[in-house]
Every structure is written in C-alpha cells, then in structure tokens.
Design a protein around this ligand. Structure first.
Ligand SMILES: *[C@@H]1O[C@H](CO)[C@@H](O)[C@H](O)[C@H]1NC(C)=O
Ligand SMILES: *[C@@H]1O[C@H](CO)[C@@H](O)[C@H](O)[C@H]1NC(C)=O
Ligand SMILES: *[C@@H]1O[C@H](CO)[C@@H](O)[C@H](O)[C@H]1NC(C)=O
Ligand SMILES: *[C@@H]1O[C@H](CO)[C@@H](O)[C@H](O)[C@H]1NC(C)=O
Ligand SMILES: *[C@@H]1O[C@H](CO)[C@@H](O)[C@H](O)[C@H]1NC(C)=O
Ligand SMILES: *[C@@H]1O[C@H](CO)[C@@H](O)[C@H](O)[C@H]1NC(C)=O
Ligand SMILES: *[C@@H]1O[C@H](CO)[C@@H](O)[C@H](O)[C@H]1NC(C)=O
Ligand SMILES: *[C@@H]1O[C@H](CO)[C@@H](O)[C@H](O)[C@H]1NC(C)=O
Ligand SMILES: *[C@@H]1O[C@H](CO)[C@@H](O)[C@H](O)[C@H]1NC(C)=O
Length: 366
C-alpha cells in the first residue's frame, strides 16, 4: 500500500512540473540544496563518536554502515530509491546497539526545509529524531529544533525548541489567525524553551498520527520547517495531503493549511529568534533508550517486554528489522527577500562521494 501511494505522488509531480509555468520572481523561496538519493550521502557525514545524548547506542562510520547494510537505498524497482538508514539488527549488543547518526555538511539560518519521509523508525526502546542543531556555540546557545522525535510506540511526534536562557513562546493552541483559520493545529505542552531544571524545552504535540506505525502504513508524509525572524513553524502533511506547490518545487507556506506548531517569542523583541537559532545543521539519527525512554520504561506500553529499556534493546536484535528511516527527498529553500539567511558550511568534497549498496532486503509496503 505504501508503495502505491508513493507512486501516485510521483505521477502527480511529473504532471505538475510539465503543466505549471513558474515565475520565480513571485515566489517567496528558492531552492538552495536538494539532498535526494546520492546527493543525500554527499551532503551528510556519518557521526561515529560517543553519543552526545548518552543513549544506548554505538554510532558507526560510513564504511562500517555500508558494509553492515545499515545505510543505502530502499530497493524498489519502479521508483527513485529512498535513502535507507537503520541500526544493526542481528546481534546481541550488551554495550549499546550499533546505529547511525547523519549530520549535514551545510548549515542554515532562515530557510524552509522540506523532508519527504517514506518510513520512520519507531518501536519499543527506539528514540529516533530528525532535527536541526545550531552550530558554532556550546549547546543550546545556537538553538535546537526537533522536527520529528518520539519514543517507543507513540503515534504522534513531539515538536520542540531548546535554547539558552530567556526564551518563552506564546501558547497559540486553539488561537485564531486573523478571522480565517487557526494559528496552529497541535497542542503546546510546554512554553519555556530555555535549558534549565528540565530539558523538555518548549514543546507541542502533533494533532494527528504523524509518527510510528500508522504514519508508515500510510506511506509516510512530508514535514516542513520554516525558520524566520518572526516564527519557527512546522507543518506535517500526510502522503495524500501534500500541497501541490511542494510537489512542483514552488513552495509557498501562505497557501497551506495551518502548521502543526508555530513558535513565536512571547515578548516584543523582534530579534530574539535570530539571536537564538543560528547555523542550523540537519541531523537524522536512530538512538535507543536514553534518559527519556529509560525514565518511562516501567510505565510504558513496552514494560512487559523486559525489566529495563537497555536489556530489551540489547537482547532483542530482530525487533529492530523495521526500525529504519526511508528518506524520499530533502530540500532546503531560502527566502528570496533579504534577510540573515544564506547557507554555509564547507564546500562539498567530491572525494567523499560514495556509492552505497542498494539494500534488496528492504522493500517498502510488502
Ligand atoms: C513574473 O512576475 C513579475 C512580477 O509580478 C511580472 O512582472 C512578470 O511579467 C512575470 N513573468 C512571467 C513570465 O509571467
Ligand atoms: C475577516 O472576514 C471579513 C469577512 O469575511 C473579511 O472581509 C476581512 O477581510 C477578514 N479580515 C481579516 C483580518 O482576515
Ligand atoms: C495551551 O493552551 C491550550 C488550550 O488552551 C491548553 O490546552 C494547553 O494546556 C496550554 N499549554 C500550556 C503549556 O500552557
Ligand atoms: C531533487 O532531486 C531529485 C533527484 O535528482 C529530483 O527528482 C527532484 O525533482 C529534485 N527536486 C527539486 C525540487 O528540484
Ligand atoms: C510590548 O508592546 C506592547 C504594545 O506596544 C506593550 O503594551 C507591552 O507592554 C510590551 N511588552 C513588554 C514586555 O515590553
Ligand atoms: C510496538 O510496535 C511494534 C512494531 O509494530 C510491535 O511489534 C509491538 O507489538 C508494539 N509493542 C507494543 C507494546 O505495543
Ligand atoms: C523498573 O523495574 C525494574 C524491575 O522490574 C527495576 O530493576 C528498575 O530499576 C525499574 N526502573 C525504574 C526507572 O524505576
Ligand atoms: C531589505 O529590503 C528592504 C526593502 O527592499 C529594505 O528597506 C531593507 O533595508 C533591506 N534590509 C537589509 C538588511 O538589507
Ligand atoms: C547566520 O547568521 C549569523 C549572524 O547572526 C552569521 O554569522 C552566520 O554566518 C549565518 N550562517 C549562515 C549559514 O548563513
């Protein structure tokens, strides 16, 4: 079923590109990076140090991932192969499960980041994330934006910001935008973004099942993150609900339904988001256990499986066969108007270009 939906989307995309005359001067955004297929692996590094989040994981480098079948493409003969990223799932791993954390080589300020996620990792003990981590200053001085994150068998993702002191956001839950639509669809669970006694940051829960089993069963969807001086907004579209202007490469958020979350500073300082969110680096990772999942294990739906999260993850390798990211497309657009935006980071090193083995073992929707 997943395959069928994705295929339909591609057909629609081709038709739209063929019939829409584009007028770039009218568009709010211009494409600056398209990390799709091979370009994804060219644009990201494998992080292989000790987990900065101190979870039950051993991140592996590119060679190890490639040889172990932990990174490649989802084999599918009839359409462009989505990028595959997954953990080791055949060995008992008492010291933490081998897994992957890919970090973008480019950093962004104001931008519109569009990610087509065909399949996401989830399950008992699993803590996946697609997020943006501010670079150039100690965490969380340059900010952190969590776009897709959750644990265990949750069905809705948590959107969150993390900053240093002084940032709170307005609770726009259930608020009207003008007299036309809602400001946002999700629900704020915390309004203080500052790192402090609790590390939850400011956070909101999605309004629909955009995470885990149901999300995957429906062929995934598209998540869009817009970073501007005024707001940080995240949209989450199901596969059958993706705006046409995203599919034809001319995205205009003004034409979309309300975002799942809209983070707006709760004060008058118009500079505050720019000060706290800089040089944002995209990251995809699959962690296991960690502080969040460990602390709720005994009261979670997974508790009966093992006494602790770590014992479950160490001793049940085959539970993680379907714990993988399949990333269809990832594009970064930047505003056409003047702003602090501009992508940075090192130039791409052509020698780092590699050809990964297509992974025949992973068919979507079968
Ligand atoms: C594009 O938009 C600009 C500004 O509205 C307009 O002047 C121009 O004629 C348009 N070009 C085309 C090819 O439609
Ligand atoms: C509110 O609705 C009225 C009537 O539909 C419309 O004329 C007006 O422009 C709207 N105002 C705003 C701020 O959206
Ligand atoms: C935000 O407002 C909504 C709706 O009034 C409420 O349900 C929610 O608890 C509030 N969130 C916070 C963190 O105050
Ligand atoms: C991004 O690259 C992919 C693969 O080359 C291509 O199919 C797609 O059309 C590109 N997207 C845009 C918006 O240019
Ligand atoms: C923000 O601006 C409004 C309107 O100018 C003013 O009423 C309010 O006191 C200001 N708030 C702060 C915290 O400065
Ligand atoms: C969690 O999801 C996995 C994968 O769908 C499933 O096998 C497992 O039974 C679920 N566990 C619980 C406790 O719901
Ligand atoms: C959860 O329960 C197990 C025993 O079943 C115990 O060993 C462990 O310490 C408990 N964990 C927490 C966080 O309470
Ligand atoms: C951006 O453009 C506007 C209008 O063209 C201009 O007034 C403003 O000074 C510009 N800002 C910067 C930072 O260049
Ligand atoms: C982001 O903006 C800051 C200034 O606030 C600048 O120093 C930095 O180079 C910009 N980064 C990118 C990637 O454009």
């Amino acid at each position: 079923m997943a395959f069928k939906l994705y295929y339909t989307t591609l057909v629609v995309l081709i038709l739209l590109v063929a019939t829409h005359a584009q007028n770039q001067t009218n568009l709010p955004y211009t494409l600056v990076k398209n990390y799709t297929g091979q370009a994804f692996f060219d644009g990201f590094d494998f992080f292989s140090g000790p987990d900065p989040s101190a979870s039950f994981v051993k991140y592996v480098d590119l060679d190890t991932a490639n040889n172990a079948g932990m990174a490649g493409y989802v084999s599918n003969s009839e359409l462009a192969d989505p990028v595959y990223l997954g953990p080791e799932f055949s060995s008992i791993t008492p010291d933490g499960r081998p897994s992957v954390r890919l970090q973008g080589k480019d950093f962004f300020n104001h931008s519109l980041m569009i990610a087509d996620i065909v399949h996401m990792p989830y399950g008992c003990g699993v803590w996946p994330a697609f997020w943006l981590l501010g670079q150039g200053a100690p965490w969380p001085t340059a900010g952190e934006i969590d776009i897709i994150e959750g644990i265990n068998n949750e069905s809705m993702s948590t959107f969150a910001l993390h900053t240093d002191a002084g940032v709170t956001v307005k609770n726009l839950t259930n608020m009207q935008h003008g007299n036309q639509s809602m400001e946002m669809e999700g629900t704020f669970t915390s309004l203080d973004c500052s790192v402090g006694s609790s590390n939850t940051g400011c956070a909101a829960k999605a309004s629909w099942n955009n995470y885990g089993q149901e999300f995957n069963a429906n062929g995934g969807g598209v998540v869009v993150t817009e970073v501007s001086s005024k707001a940080i907004q995240i949209w989450s579209f199901s596969r059958d609900n993706i705006p046409g202007d995203i599919l034809d490469g001319t995205p205009n958020p003004h034409h979309w339904s309300p975002p799942e979350v809209k983070f707006v500073y709760n004060g008058n300082d118009t500079d505050i988001l720019d000060q706290h969110f800089k040089n944002l680096q995209p990251i995809f990772n699959i962690a296991f256990c960690g502080a969040w999942a460990n602390s709720v294990w005994n009261t979670s739906e997974c508790a009966s499986l093992a006494p602790t999260c770590e014992s479950y993850v160490a001793n049940n390798p085959t539970a993680f066969v379907d714990t993988f990211w399949a990333i269809g497309e990832l594009q970064v657009y930047e505003p056409n108007s003047n702003s602090t935006s501009g992508y940075g980071g090192p130039e791409l090193d052509s020698e780092s270009a590699i050809t990964l083995v297509p992974l025949a073992a992973h068919h979507l929707g079968s």
